[in-house]
Design a protein around this ligand. Structure first.
Ligand code: NAD
Length: 321
């Protein structure tokens, strides 16, 4: 399994992991167990995905059955198993991380990410969990918490051994540069949306110069957003003639081509699927190479089309404006 070595801890982060967003709750434990059995060693979860307990059950069973040891796995979370926006205030960060670890049945995360650099008013997990974007009145309630305060609390999670690595998700270059001004522990991984309709070259170049690894999410572009009615009328990448044609030349599926386009540039991926055949197929995306011409042809599909943009929920959340 190819991996990226994280600088501060020397820990190896697998280049291909399994994404847990919208993995069906009722079958999540089995899906995770079977993903581990198929060879996945990285699980990408989040409190917001609402399936951390079930994912943790799958992990527990895989360890109990001797498929893996805990140290063979790289488990990522984001308030709720990632740092969700309502928990940015300093004291809430630790409480949330502990709740999420308890849900998973773990004593540490390998990577804990700030899911979105947006602070919303606190919602007590006993009242409603995951809190998502809205208050009880259905409106978005912003809160004044500077990122420096949240990052300090993230660093304390590392000090206490609750997270081995910490990082940022859905950040732009301006925020990353700001965090680096005060970070005692630098972000170890950046997780952002990357696919051929949103190629993000300037961000990837900045991360390369700063030597911070990048994970690209939603590698299949609009596919994940179709079921949410949020695919912005973008044409399917999985059915694109260009991607299909390149796949046919290599004897690979369009999904494998899209994943290879990212991994060949050193970008980690975390494809999600509820189908076992597909998740097995997605793992096999690093044992062939695209030509430079094919890489360029795929990159030329770029439209700077961002499918996961909180500004679509409320324009005051314009973190990419
Ligand atoms: P994805 O790009 O992995 O696409 C998933 C969709 O593609 C599903 O509809 C699935 O059925 C289909 N699919 C999967 N494999 C296929 C195959 N081989 N052939 C055909 N269709 C296939 O979508 P995603 O879930 O948006 O992104 C992956 C992961 O990234 C998430 O599960 C989550 O872990 C992470 N993520 C993080 C953030 C964030 O804010 N940090 C946001 C979105 C996703």
């Amino acid at each position: 399994m190819e991996s990226i070595v994280l600088k501060r801890t020397g820990q190896k982060m697998p280049l291909v992991g399994f994404g847990l967003w919208k993995v069906t709750k009722s079958s999540c434990a089995d899906t995770v167990y079977n993903a581990i059995k198929a060879g996945y060693r990285l699980l990408d979860g989040a409190g917001d995905y609402g399936n951390e307990k079930e994912a943790g059950e799958g992990v527990k069973r895989a360890i109990k059955d001797g498929l893996v040891k805990r140290e063979d796995l790289f488990i990522t979370s984001k308030a709720n198993n990632d740092l969700w926006n309502t928990f940015h205030a300093h004291d809430h960060v630790k409480a949330l991380a502990k709740k999420q670890l308890n849900d998973w049945g773990l004593d540490h995360f390998d990577l804990y990410l700030i899911h979105f650099p947006i602070a919303l008013q606190y919602v007590d997990p006993n009242h409603r969990y995951p809190p998502e974007w809205w208050g009880d009145d259905g409106k978005v309630h912003l809160q004044n918490t500077p990122m420096q305060e949240t990052w300090r609390a993230m660093e304390e999670l590392v000090d206490e051994g609750l997270a081995k690595n910490i990082g940022l998700s859905n950040c732009a270059g301006s925020l990353l540069l700001d965090v680096l001004n005060y970070a005692r522990i630098r972000p170890q991984v950046l997780q952002v949306e990357i696919h051929p309709y949103l190629t993000q070259e300037p961000f990837i170049e900045l991360a390369r110069i700063l030597e911070i690894p990048v994970t690209g999410y939603s590698s299949f572009g609009p596919q994940s957003y179709v079921e949410l009615g949020a695919s912005k009328d973008a044409g399917s990448l999985l059915q694109s003639g260009l991607i299909g044609g390149i796949g046919a030349k290599h004897g690979r599926s369009p999904a494998q081509v899209l994943l290879r386009w990212a991994t060949q540039r050193g970008i980690a991926v975390v494809p999600k699927s509820n189908s076992h055949d597909r998740l097995v197929q997605n793992l096999k995306c690093t044992d062939f190479d695209l030509t430079q011409q094919e890489m360029d042809q795929i990159s030329s599909l770029n439209q700077n089309l961002r499918l996961n943009n909180p500004a679509d929920i409320d324009p005051r959340l314009g973190i990419f404006a």
